[in-house]
Each structure stands twice: as structure tokens, then as C-alpha cells.
Design a binder for this molecule. Structure first.
Ligand code: FES
Length: 320
């Protein structure tokens, strides 16, 4: 499935949240209710960037009960490949766009007696939808949310006003940091831990929890990697009988799509496993950038995740 069926939407709101983050609201072009989703789901936004097709995943942050529209928040990345800049600079109210159906790779675990959430920066967005969902069903949660400074703490006011005892905020520039060991040690049995934010934060939270004996089944994280830039390379697609060249600012998945090859994906960020592709010949080095394959699989070079990983060398032939 290459992203599945599409949703045709219209941009209903564009709201600057702070210096880096802008919120977008989409409604169906025909005015109908959008498909249901659950907290933690994401959608892939398709952009026509002056002839260049960009597809970026964003967490849905609106209340899952509200099917009149979807909301996302986009953090501008001035060093990125251009998707967030396109959203900030070119998307306006009234524009028609295409979204994927929502997919949830970061759902609340219904077995949890309590939900402990840890967010860093723009990683707050999936938690906004999850908290709305938990509030509706009376679920217990506790949120620890860190931002670089008060000005960049998107939605902190809204969260602390609605949930004053459950939400705890931290600001890097004020020397504040979550006392993770203490927070983890105070949770009742049956608590599940969710973390979304920068890679370093995710690794720190998960390794600390594992070190304290938290069961792996109770640990959940979400991190979509942006496909990085790199040297151009060519790939032979065995099933399609084609050779494609992957540009400096293009992913292998995007290069295949541009060549008309129907390649599967869900997250486009190295997390879901949907794009996993067998490698037939590798004379060179695969630059594995996903966190789906195991370290052993990375070392074997028998598989590649085309949404984020690249290649340097003489020959790469894959099963596509
Ligand atoms: S599309 Fe999800 S890992 Fe590549």
C-alpha cells in the first residue's frame, strides 16, 4: 500500500503559535466528516512545492471526537529539506491539499491503568490528541513537557489551564529538567510510559526506564526521522527493471515515486517498517538511518528502508 486512499481537504485555518510553530486546520473539500482517528495518529501531508512532490508526516493534534477537521502543528526547520518551510511560506487558507488517511503508530495502550507522558518541543502534538481522548473517557494521565524556553512552549497555557495538577512544564533556559528517576519511581504498577521528542530525549527516557526495570511492553515512543541529505546515488530496481538516481535532497522512496514505481510507506520516517525492501546486491555501504531494522540487520545489508536510508558505493540492486 503506497500510502493508501487519500483525503481531499481544504485549509481552513493557519495560525502562528510562536516563532517556530504554525498550526493548520484542514476540513474535507466536500464538507463531510473526516475519518475517525485515535490519539497518537499521524497523517501524511502531500505538497506540490513548485513541481516537487513532498510528503511529510505530522501528528494529528486535534480532539479525536471532532471529525469536522484535522489539526496539525508544523515546526519550521530552516536546515531541513523544505517541507516545513513550504507549509510555513506557501500554505494559505482556502488552498486545497491532499492528506493520507490517519494511521496510528503511537496509540494509547488500553491495558494501561495510568499513562505517563513525556514530551520535548514539538513532540507535544500527539499528546494533545491523546489527552483529549483520555479526558473524554476519564483515563488517568500525567504529562511532563520540556521546551527550550517559555516562548517556544506551544500549548503549555492551554494544557496547564485545563489540567493544572497533571501537567508539569520545564524550560531549558531556566535550568529546569524533569527529575526522571523520581517520576518513574513514583508510578503505580500498571502505568505505561510514552515519550515523543528529540532523539536524545527518547533514548534517555527509554534507557532510564529500562534500567529501572520497567517492562518493555509498557514503553512507547514515537520519533519520525526526516530523510537526511547526502551524496547522489543510483539504484537498480530489479522488479521494475529500472535504474533510478537519488538526488542530494531526495530520499530513495521519493526517487522511486518520481519514477512511477508504486512503493509502500506509512510513516516516511524510518519507524513503521512498511517500506522495508530486500537488497539483492550491495557493493558499497548502506547508510542505515531507520530505527526499524535491528543492528544485526543493519550490519548484514540485506534490507534497506527507502524512506530514510541512503547508499554510497558502486552497485545497489533492490527488490522493487
Ligand atoms: S515508511 Fe515507515 S519505515 Fe519507511
Amino acid at each position: 500500500m503506497s500510502g493508501g486512499a487519500k483525503l481531499h481537504v481544504c485549509v481552513a485555518e493557519v495560525v502562528p503559535v510562536n516563532d517556530l510553530i504554525t498550526r493548520f486546520r484542514f476540513v474535507a473539500v466536500d464538507g463531510s466528516a473526516l475519518p475517525a482517528f485515535s490519539g497518537g495518529a499521524h497523517t501524511v501531508v502531500e505538497m506540490d512545492d513548485h513541481g516537487l512532490r513532498r510528503l511529510n508526516p505530522y501528528s494529528l493534534m486535534s480532539n479525536p471526537k471532532d471529525r469536522s477537521g484535522y489539526e496539525i502543528s508544523v515546526r519550521r526547520d530552516d536546515q531541513g529539506r523544505g517541507g516545513s518551510l513550504f507549509m510555513h511560506q506557501h500554505v494559505r487558507v482556502g488552498m486545497e491539499m491532499v492528506l493520507s488517511y490517519p494511521v496510528n503508530l503511537f496509540p494509547l495502550d488500553s491495558r494501561a491503568k495510568r499513562h505517563l507522558m513525556i514530551a520535548g518541543g514539538i513532540g507535544i502534538t500527539p499528546f494533545l490528541a491523546q489527552i483529549a481522548q483520555l479526558t473524554h473517557f476519564g483515563g488517568k494521565f500525567e504529562l511532563h513537557y520540556a521546551a527550550r524556553n517559555r516562548a517556544l512552549g506551544a500549548y503549555m497555557d492551554r494544557l496547564t489551564a485545563a489540567h493544572p495538577t497533571a501537567v508539569h512544564c520545564y524550560f531549558d533556559d531556566e535550568g529546569q529538567a524533569i527529575d526522571l528517576g523520581r517520576v518513574l519511581s513514583m508510578q503505580p504498577i500498571g502505568t505505561h510510559l510514552y515519550v515523543c521528542g528529540p532523539k536524545g530525549m527518547i533514548n534517555w527516557v527509554l534507557s532510564t526506564a529500562e534500567g529501572m526495570g520497567w517492562p518493555k511492553l509498557a514503553l512507547h515512543h514515537e520519533e519520525f526521522l526526516a530523510p537526511g541529505t547526502g551524496l547522489p546515488f543510483t539504484v537498480e530496481l530489479a522488479a521494475s527493471g529500472m535504474t533510478v538516481t537519488v538526488g542530494t535532497a531526495q530520499s530513495l522512496l521519493e526517487a522511486m515515486e518520481a519514477a512511477g514505481v508504486d512503493a509502500p510507506y506509512l510513516c516516511r520516517g524510518g519507524a513503521c517498517g512498511q517500506c522495508e525492501t530486500n537488497v539483492q546486491i550491495c557493493d558499497g555501504t548502506i547508510l542505515h538511518r531507520d530505527h526499524w531494522l535491528t543492528p544485526e540487520e543493519h550490519a548484514e545489508n540485506a534490507k534497506i528502508m527507502p524512506c530514510v536510508s541512503r547508499f554510497e558505493g558502486r552497485t545497489l540492486v533492490i527488490d522493487r
